[in-house]
Ligand binder design. Structure first.
Ligand SMILES: *Cc1c(COP(=O)(O)O)cnc(C)c1O
Length: 295
């Protein structure tokens, strides 16, 4: 389904002379299911096929990369898909949802209140031909898939820190269980007011990893999920001009901003070797006015 991700070195990130800063370009593994999305979905789909379920049901918002990825992959596998979308149907549907529909996904819009109480909705799909994938692929199977991300990294052991973005924390749960013992895992939380993410990550770790150490930064959300500022756009454009790294407004821009900021504040000891996981997922950027970004 996807190609091997490459590693790109970015020298002198915030004048980081005595650090190594490498980027895992997971954003380039596929044009549609870029980033962590295929990794998180793969074990759910195998499970669905083992259980002979023919219709995949999943959840997301109007800009959810997970929704598009699920629609695309189900189409490839000859499965039907249903996307339960948070909020009433808008007059103009987002690019993300248009794409999902073009891959054959049926969209069902529900109010935010109903969405919060997913259990009732899930009951409607309790027939064995349906297979439910939680929002964002959150769960043990999603984390298990994400634990395969680091397998493609040459000389993985040389890194001292692995840094990723977090929405549900599923990818991070995968990184935690596949990193080397000496490595520090850092997550940059894109959601505001969600410090419980740490517990939610522990809940989906295999028992042997429940006590694992990791660090989450909760202060780099720029006002909240998918919120953005001119400072963020400027940062994204600079990063692109200097290093040809494209980032999205929801996750990876905030991830790189955070790393840059932490380097400037001397958070990392000299000679640290950082691996930043860039997950891409650029379709959310299409909602910006033309010309905002250089890419
Ligand atoms: C989906 C996505 C995430 C969130 O992953 P979780 O496993 O839900 O934490 C982070 N970054 C990017 C770019 C994504 O597309």
């Amino acid at each position: 389904m996807i190609t091997q991700p490459l590693i790109q070195n970015i020298d002198a990130f915030c004048n980081s002379k005595d650090l190594l800063v490498d980027v895992l370009r997971l954003d380039n593994v596929h044009t549609i299911i870029s980033g962590n999305k295929w990794y998180k979905l793969s074990h759910y789909l195998h499970d669905a096929s083992r259980k002979n379920c023919k219709i995949i049901v999943t959840f997301g918002g109007a800009y959810s990369n997970h929704i598009v990825a699920t629609a695309f992959v189900c189409n490839e596998f000859g499965l039907k898909s249903i996307g339960i979308i948070r909020g009433d149907k808008p007059a103009k549907i987002s690019h993300t949802l248009q794409d999902a529909e073009s891959f054959g996904m049926s969209l069902v819009y529900i109010s935010r209140e109903e969405y919060r109480n997913k259990r009732l909705i899930i009951e409607q799909y309790s027939n064995p031909e349906y297979y439910i994938i939680p929002e964002g692929g959150y769960g043990e199977l999603g984390a298990k898939g994400a634990s395969e991300i680091l397998a493609s990294v040459n000389e993985l052991e040389k890194y001292t820190h692995i840094i990723c973005s977090c929405g549900t924390g599923t990818m991070m749960a995968g990184i935690i269980q596949s990193a080397k013992k000496h490595q520090t895992i850092i997550g940059i939380n894109s959601l505001k007011g969600y410090p419980e993410i740490e517990q939610d990550i522990r809940k989906i770790l295999p028992i042997a990893f429940i006590e694992s150490k990791f660090e989450i930064f909760n202060e780099y959300h720029f006002g909240g999920y998918a919120k953005k500022t001119n400072q963020l756009f400027e940062f994204m454009n600079n990063l692109y001009e200097k290093h040809h790294i494209t980032t999205d407004i929801v996750y990876s821009s905030k991830l790189f901003f955070a790393v840059d900021d932490l380097i400037c504040k001397n958070y990392f000891l000299a000679n640290s070797k950082l691996l930043i996981i860039n997950c891409g997922g650029l379709q959310g950027n299409l909602s910006l006015p033309k010309g905002t970004l250089f890419f």
